[in-house]
Design a protein around this ligand. Structure first.
Ligand SMILES: [Zn+2]
Length: 150
C-alpha cells in the first residue's frame, strides 16, 4: 500500500484529525469528516451536521481531544484482509484500489480507522489541540484547528 508523503503532510496534525473525528462521533453521533485540509499551520475538517457548535461544546470537544493526547496512547498500524476489514471497520472512504490488505490505524482503545497516511507513534507527540473557529453553512459544519507545542 502506498503511504502518503508529500511535504505539506504533517503527522501530528493528521493524527489529531483521527482523534477529532472519533470525538465528534462520540459527542454527536455524526460521521467522520467527509472533507478536510490538513496542513502544518492550521487545518480544517468538514462534517455533515445540522447546526453550528456552541461555546461549551467547542470547549468540551477541545478538552476531550486534549485528554486523549495527554493519555499518550500508542498509535499502531494493523493489517487485515479486505473481507475481514469490511466486517470490522467502515471502509466507505477507502479507495477501491487500496488492495486486498487493508491498513488500520489504531489509537489506543479510542479509535480505529482505515488509513494510508503518516502518524505519530504516541499521542503526546501531537501537542495541544486548539480549535480556532467553527462555522456552519448548508448542512456542513467546518472546524478549524491548530496545534500548540506542549
Ligand atoms: Zn491517518
Amino acid at each position: 500500500m502506498e503511504i502518503k508523503s508529500n511535504k505539506q503532510y504533517h503527522p501530528q496534525m493528521h493524527s489529531a484529525e483521527h482523534i477529532l473525528n472519533q470525538t465528534m462521533i462520540r459527542m454527536f453521533n455524526c460521521g467522520r469528516s467527509f472533507s478536510n485540509h490538513i496542513e502544518k499551520k492550521k487545518s480544517k475538517c468538514d462534517y455533515h451536521f445540522g447546526r453550528n457548535l456552541n461555546q461549551s461544546e467547542i470547549a468540551e470537544l477541545e478538552n476531550t481531544v486534549n485528554e486523549v493526547i495527554k493519555n499518550n496512547l500508542e498509535v499502531a498500524e494493523e493489517f487485515y484482509l479486505r473481507e475481514e476489514a469490511e466486517e470490522k471497520f467502515n471502509l466507505s472512504k477507502l479507495s477501491d484500489d487500496a488492495g486486498d490488505k487493508i491498513r488500520i490505524i489504531r489509537i489506543g482503545d479510542y479509535d480505529t480507522c482505515p488509513c494510508s497516511g503518516l502518524h505519530v507513534s504516541h499521542t503526546n507527540e501531537i501537542g495541544i489541540f486548539k480549535i480556532i473557529s467553527t462555522s456552519f453553512d448548508d448542512g456542513v459544519l467546518r472546524i478549524r484547528f491548530k496545534l500548540l507545542e506542549s
